[in-house]
Design a protein around this ligand. Structure first.
Ligand SMILES: Cc1cc2nc3c(=O)[nH]c(=O)nc-3n(C[C@H](O)[C@H](O)[C@H](O)COP(=O)(O)OP(=O)(O)OC[C@H]3O[C@@H](n4cnc5c(N)ncnc54)[C@H](O)[C@@H]3O)c2cc1C
Length: 351
């Protein structure tokens, strides 16, 4: 039994686990009760994730992100789905310990792995636990959009397929719109870029979303690249563990007179509004936006979750850790606000 009564920081909330669903032998879903007063805070877009605070005897706690597998358009309660990682701490703790009625500390939904338009034709790729955000997108697009959807779903074997029955039922319900292709390793071996390219060649006009282990996503990127799908129409969610503590409140960063005098200037567009801010060079974009009280999207603050991704329209930044971004994305001006520090004197950035 886990009981948390008081949130650890000002951004987090305590939610009750309404149900635990054993999806497969090594994967459990947690369904959360969201009380009326937190409904607005916990509104989410398909493909977004929650961050859970998991107790640890060694470090006090660890923070782990889990994508919402539920759809905001078809499911009353948010649900995350956690697959055990061999030798992993957090995922095994969740699967071993969390029961219905327990309370967990959670950061509100975050993330940018979400379709701009649910009416688009969608080409979805999921491998293993990478199905979770993809499932939310798929269910949402079926419920609220009118495009066609093709899902390529790779798994080690039939027993490890998460949401197998739900997918079968969705195909039966939407035979004209949804195609699900199960890629099972014992039958087909590991997917290669060539085999994937042949499989999805008819769908190159679709908007692509992918989530799974890095080798899988590399092959999907190669396959789509070889078919000439523009990078701007492919979206990837990378599953990493966080090292820091995004639940702790941050102390305000002190800026000396010298640093203030040398600061860059940035015009940031957020939710359609433009703000001009002074940007001291040792601070990150997220730091300066928080200091101004702006509602900047962010979560982990260590360059791992992608919530603060935005685009540089003018000027240049440097980033300490941007490994989750592909070189092509960076070339196209895509940056992580929590890692970005100014290089040029004037910048324009759009969220
Ligand atoms: C945006 C986002 C969404 C995500 N959504 C999901 C989801 O929907 N479902 C899901 O199951 N996961 C998801 N993840 C992944 C999840 O957050 C965790 O990374 C995952 O559960 C593994 O965490 P863990 O604590 O069990 O493993 P960790 O303890 O972090 O270990 C991970 C791996 O690293 C190895 N390792 C650990 N410590 C060391 C070390 N010191 N040296 C060498 N190797 C080490 C472990 O052996 C293991 O193989 C998501 C991640 C992100 C960023």
């Amino acid at each position: 039994m886990t009981t948390v009564e008081v949130p650890h920081g000002s951004r987090s909330f305590v939610l009750r686990v309404a149900a635990v669903i054993a999806e497969t032998a090594d994967t459990n879903s947690l369904v959360f009760d969201v009380p009326d007063e937190l409904r607005e805070k916990f509104q989410y877009k398909p493909g977004q994730f929650l961050t859970l605070r998991i107790p640890s005897d060694l470090t006090g706690s660890v923070a782990r992100c889990y994508s919402l597998a539920s759809s905001p358009h078809t499911d009353d309660q948010p649900k995350v789905t956690v697959k055990r990682t061999d030798g992993g701490y957090g995922s095994n703790w969740v699967c071993d310990n969390v029961k219905a009625g327990d309370q967990l500390e959670v950061l509100p939904p975050s993330g940018v792995f979400t379709p701009k338009n649910l009416d688009e034709d969608l080409l979805l790729f999921g491998a293993g636990s990478g199905i979770t955000p993809v499932m939310s997108i798929l269910k949402s697009a079926l419920a609220r959009g009118n495009g066609k959807i093709v899902l390529v779903y790779a798994n080690r074997d039939a027993e490890t397929v998460i949401f197998a029955r739900e997918l079968r039922e969705l195909v039966e319900k939407h035979p004209q719109r949804l195609t699900v292709i199960h890629w099972l390793e014992p039958l087909l071996g590991l997917p290669t870029a060539d085999t994937l390219a042949t499989l999805v060649a008819p769908y190159t006009g679709y908007e692509a979303f992918m989530c799974g282990p890095k080798p899988f996503m590399d092959r999907v990127h190669d396959a789509l690249g070889s078919l000439g799908v523009p990078r701007s129409r492919t979206h990837a969610e990378v599953f990493n563990s966080l090292a820091g503590d995004p639940f702790a409140d941050q102390a305000p960063v002190e800026v000396s007179d010298e640093e203030a005098a040398d600061a860059a200037t940035v015009e940031v567009e957020l939710d359609g509004e433009v703000h001009e801010l002074s940007w001291p060079r040792k601070q990150t974009l997220v730091d300066i936006m928080l200091a101004k009280g702006l509602d900047v999207p962010y979560s982990c603050q260590e360059g791992e979750c992608g919530s603060c991704a935005c685009t540089v329209l003018e000027g240049k930044v440097e980033m300490e850790n941007a490994e989750i971004l592909d070189p092509e994305d960076i070339e196209n001006g895509y940056i992580l606000g929590c890692q970005a520090r100014p290089v040029t004197d004037r910048l324009r950035i759009q969220f």
